[in-house]
Design a protein around this ligand. Structure first.
Ligand code: GLN
Length: 484
């Protein structure tokens, strides 16, 4: 089936003229029609635009144009703006909102010839770990429809796992591409903060948000990242440094690579099958010639409380702009104040309101020093843990999540339990470093497990090289969810 191809395989076939972009796009649209009523990965399917883009790609392919993503169908998380296409961030506060411009990350894919299939479901403003906080509907895990796909980029991860897109964009603030990649059995990269432009990424926590990529292989994620990365004058935090050739980094060679395994990432209460699979994956890296050693990241336990002060503080400021006047629909009140109250009160979901309240409290005079400022100081200690570790090792290997995908509804009444599903991803976000996740096994119920490989700032090449070498020597990524 055409939908079983990887991105790189499809690219070769398109260039060789063995398949057409229209055929490839049709095959994905048909699969979306057949399976998405169960999976519910897409908020919007842009069928007409996709077919028009595919026709254009076929014309260009016929002239020998070799733009890097020409004719390849991809899905885009609905927190990235797309000119002329409804963009909601999973929120009712942006219901029907049509942005006037396209996010730089998306624009670069489109300029490289990619075909956008549609916009994928997300937790509202990317706040969540299960996609259950979407203001629209819940996305289901393709491996078990009664379970969550993870979040907040659950729609994109599920779309790639279910073969309803060859690749996808997500965003990661505290784990939102890594955790769903682990839950859905796909590969992902969370780039270094500043590596990819945030222009057009609807802000949740500006000092943490990064655009990430999903693919069925590490090679596919490397291809997408190489197109998307690089300086953008529209984002003052985007780094003005050269972008390496990520595909060239995939040598398959990791002999002598120093891999650190932090003891703080194997904790009581984690699912034994997850620990076993991750330890087996680390043994596999050793078998490939890596030099594995135990390390310590002593401030790991503070990552969760620090994140849940810093992220809500930034969110409370970023979300002030949604007032029923500037963007999206309005709930009219008798006075301006009542209009604000009605719009925000009726259209923000419970988790978003919780975070606005937490953040407003942490930033308020009298509490600022005790909470926000203290959290920033501990954030520095967490970053220094990684700086020290990367003086001795090239990459750090850890579990991605303490458990495999949980049941829909299992954690919705207990926000703290939900927050704990990101304990292994938050610290890297606070430190601004990069990481990848690759499938490394399944639990007894057939649910995927992910290996997280972290690298230093701007260390995407070494992370991708490690992840690729591991993937080449295993076949976890080739399994298909039991759908349809
Ligand atoms: N689950 C974390 C949160 O709820 C991270 C989300 C994200 O990375 N966008 O904030």
């Amino acid at each position: 089936m055409l939908t079983d191809l990887t991105l790189t395989e499809a690219r070769q076939r398109l260039r060789a003229g063995e398949i057409s972009a229209v055929e490839l796009t049709q095959a994905h649209l048909e699969r979306i029609r057949a399976l998405d009523p169960q999976v519910r990965a897409y908020l919007t399917v842009t069928e007409e635009r996709a077919l028009a883009a595919a026709e254009e790609a076929d014309r260009r392919l016929a002239t020998g144009d070799n733009a890097p993503l020409l004719g390849l169908p991809l899905a885009i998380k609905d927190v990235l703006t797309t000119e002329g296409v409804v963009t909601t961030a999973g929120s009712r506060v942006l219901e029907g909102f049509v942005p006037p411009y396209t996010a730089t990350a998306v624009q670069r894919l489109l300029e490289a010839g990619a075909v956008m299939l549609g916009k994928t479901n997300t937790d509202e403003f990317a706040m969540g770990s299960s996609t259950e906080n979407s203001g629209y509907f819940v996305t289901h895990n393709p491996w078990d429809l009664e379970r969550v796909p993870g979040g907040s980029s659950g729609g994109s991860a599920a779309a790639v796992a279910a073969r309803m897109a060859l690749g996808a964009l997500g965003t990661d603030t505290g784990g939102s591409v890594r955790q769903p990649a682990a839950f859905c059995g796909v590969s992902t990269v969370k780039p270094t903060y500043g590596r990819v432009s945030r222009y057009g990424l609807i802000a949740f926590a500006s000092s943490l948000d990064q655009v990430g990529v999903f693919g069925r292989t590490v090679e596919d994620t490397a291809l997408l990242l190489s197109v998307m990365a690089g300086h953008d004058p529209h984002d003052s935090t985007s780094l003005d440094v050269p972008v390496p050739d990520y595909m060239a980094a995939l040598s398959g060679e990791i002999a002598g690579l120093r891999v650190g395994v932090p003891r703080e990432y194997f904790i009581e209460g984690m699912q034994p099958e997850v620990e076993q699979a991750v330890r087996a994956a680390i043994a596999q890296l050793e078998a490939l010639g890596a030099d594995v050693r135990e390390i310590s990241l002593p401030h790991t336990e503070y990552a969760l409380p620090v994140y849940y002060l810093v992220a809500p503080s930034e969110a409370s400021a970023n979300l002030a702009r949604f007032d029923g006047v500037r963007y999206g629909p309005r709930e009219n009140g008798r006075t301006l104040w009542e209009t604000y109250k009605a719009t925000r009160g009726q259209r923000f979901g419970a988790e978003v309101k919780r975070r606005i309240m937490l953040g407003t409290y942490a930033l308020s005079a009298g509490y600022y020093d005790a909470y926000y400022l203290k959290a920033q100081k501990v954030r520095t200690l967490i970053k220094q843990d990684f700086d020290r570790a990367f003086a001795d090792v090239d990459v750090i290997a850890t579990p991605t999540t303490p458990t495999t995908a949980f049941r829909i509804g299992e954690k919705t009444d207990d926000p703290l339990q939900m927050y704990l599903s990101d304990v292994f991803t938050l610290a890297a976000s606070l430190a601004g470093i990069c990481g990848a996740v690759v499938p490394c096994g399944f639990d007894g119920q057939g649910l995927p497990i992910g290996l997280q490989i972290l690298g230093p700032a701007l260390g995407e090449e070494i992370v991708l090289r490690t992840a690729h070498a591991y993937q080449q020597s295993t076949d976890w990524h080739t399994r298909t969810p039991p759908l349809g």
